[in-house]
Design a protein. Structure first.
Length: 284
């Protein structure tokens, strides 16, 4: 039996609408480990993330640090989402110059964030979002010493999709304003960290993306631009998988260069030889 034209049109529109809803339902899917995308969760939806960041290698000795972060994310509106984080940190340090030996895992504070989407890469041709994250940490990520760290991190997020959304390009520029209280020395220090990250990811099979990611990070003592303390550049591959209910992203970043140089044109005093991050998100 021949299907009526109006019924056929209704079916086509229904399929198209379902496709649009499905593609945007979990819009904050993370294609990269270190670089954020500009999309936000739809209103009333939420996700749980688990982050595991492993940092290994110094100029000498044994150095392994693991940052554990559990994130709960909620869409307040279709443009505004908020997140709450619980953090833990583990250090395994032995015979590293200027570091105390330790083998400990400890609770490392909490933080929150807000992200507001100004432009959507799917509707406006490019994505643009602003992000703000205040937080508190109890231990130094570098050496595990007991400190009080209060920080505020604003971030600008840009995203552009190509080839019918199969090729994703994103870039972030962020600054972290940090106040650190050393318990033993009983003094306060201020620092400004600037970061530029970018990623390119291509969908090579259904549900699968692969690409590259790069991160440049620098620190300025006392928040003065004429007092550069250190910087490092990392770059490496990333892999992303997603289905209707969950997604996972893995990024591996070896250090390519850094300053002050400690070994092989890298800064292995303030940074590590290699960082790797696994993020897993579950949609609700």
């Amino acid at each position: 039996m021949k299907q009526p034209k109006n019924s056929l049109l209704t079916g086509i529109l229904a399929i198209a609408t379902f496709g649009m809803v499905s593609s945007s339902l979990y819009a904050d899917e993370n294609y990269f480990g270190y670089t954020y995308g500009s999309e936000t969760l739809p209103k009333g939806h939420w996700e749980i993330y688990q982050w595991v960041t492993v940092r290994v290698g110094k100029a000498d000795g044994t150095y392994r640090a693991v940052d554990l972060q559990t994130e709960i994310e909620y869409g307040f509106t279709d443009r505004l989402q908020g997140s709450f984080y619980l953090n833990a940190i583990k250090h395994d340090i032995s015979q590293v110059s200027d570091f105390s030996d330790r083998d400990q895992i400890r609770f490392n504070g909490l933080q929150g964030s807000l992200k507001y989407s100004l432009k959507s890469p799917y509707k406006d041709g490019y994505g643009l979002a602003v992000y703000l994250e205040p937080g508190y940490k109890r231990f130094s990520g570098k050496d595990g010493e007991r400190v009080d760290i209060y920080f505020l991190e604003p971030k600008l997020i840009i995203q552009k999709n190509f080839l019918d959304d199969t090729l994703i390009l994103a870039a972030n520029f962020s600054g972290e304003f940090e106040r650190e209280h050393h318990r033993e020395e009983k003094n306060w220090e201020s620092e400004l960290e600037l970061q530029l990250s970018t990623g390119l990811s291509y969908r090579f099979a259904p549900n699968w993306y692969a690409g590259v990611e790069a991160l440049a990070t620098s620190a300025f003592e006392r928040m003065h631009f004429d007092e550069l303390g250190e910087y490092a550049v990392f770059a490496g591959p990333n892999l992303h998988y997603a289905n209707k209910n969950w997604w996972a992203t893995l990024t591996v970043l070896p250090q390519l260069s850094g300053w002050p140089e400690t070994k092989g044109q890298r800064d292995l005093q303030h940074f590590e030889k290699l960082q790797a991050r696994l993020k897993v998100g579950v949609n609700f």
